[in-house]
Design a binder for this molecule. Sequence first.
Ligand code: GAR
Length: 196
Amino acid sequence: MKRVAILISGGGSNMQALAESMSGDHPARPVLVMANSETAGGLEKARAMGIPTAAVDHRPYKGDRAAFEAALQDKLEAAAPDILCLAGFMRVLTEGFVSRWQGRMLNIHPSLLPKYRGLDTHARALAAGDSEHGCTVHEVTPALDDGPILGQARVPVTPGDTPEDLAARVLEQEHRLYPAVLARFAAGDRRPVMFP
Ligand code: GAR
């Protein structure tokens, strides 16, 4: 059985979808949900599911990313995960941290990478006049929102969509895609999952 730690910053809806998927004959189980703030809404959801939680507030480490990551690393080592899932974790990680976890760390990003790395992906897809948009799960490598693609889900862009409409449509697909990719990845299969 593979041990999975999930890193979050916010409401944790992807974390919840991942955690709920890891039951029965799934090859992995959640062992830790960690946030960069005590107030991340996802922590309460994780506790309600009986998953151990931790928080390392990034603010006292301002200007010292390596020290913040050392604190994350301590908590991770205590939980001994085989796989690390970033699920709406909004801190940029240094090359040192990423190298340590490379090949074992996944991220979900709300765009069809390589399009729209970084923030405001939904507004950027709308501004570009794209007819489709979506989300990507990829292995994390030192370059931001880069790394081998493990899955993508596409959604149509509808006339009159606001960034919020599009975000909601994509998020629904994130909740299908990330669990599907994790199940495959945890079984040692890195072939991409493509929806639809
Ligand atoms: C998700 O849409 C995820 O793709 C995005 O943050 C949201 C988190 O929602 N991640 C990024 O933008 C990473 N750069 P959640 O907390 O409800 O899962």
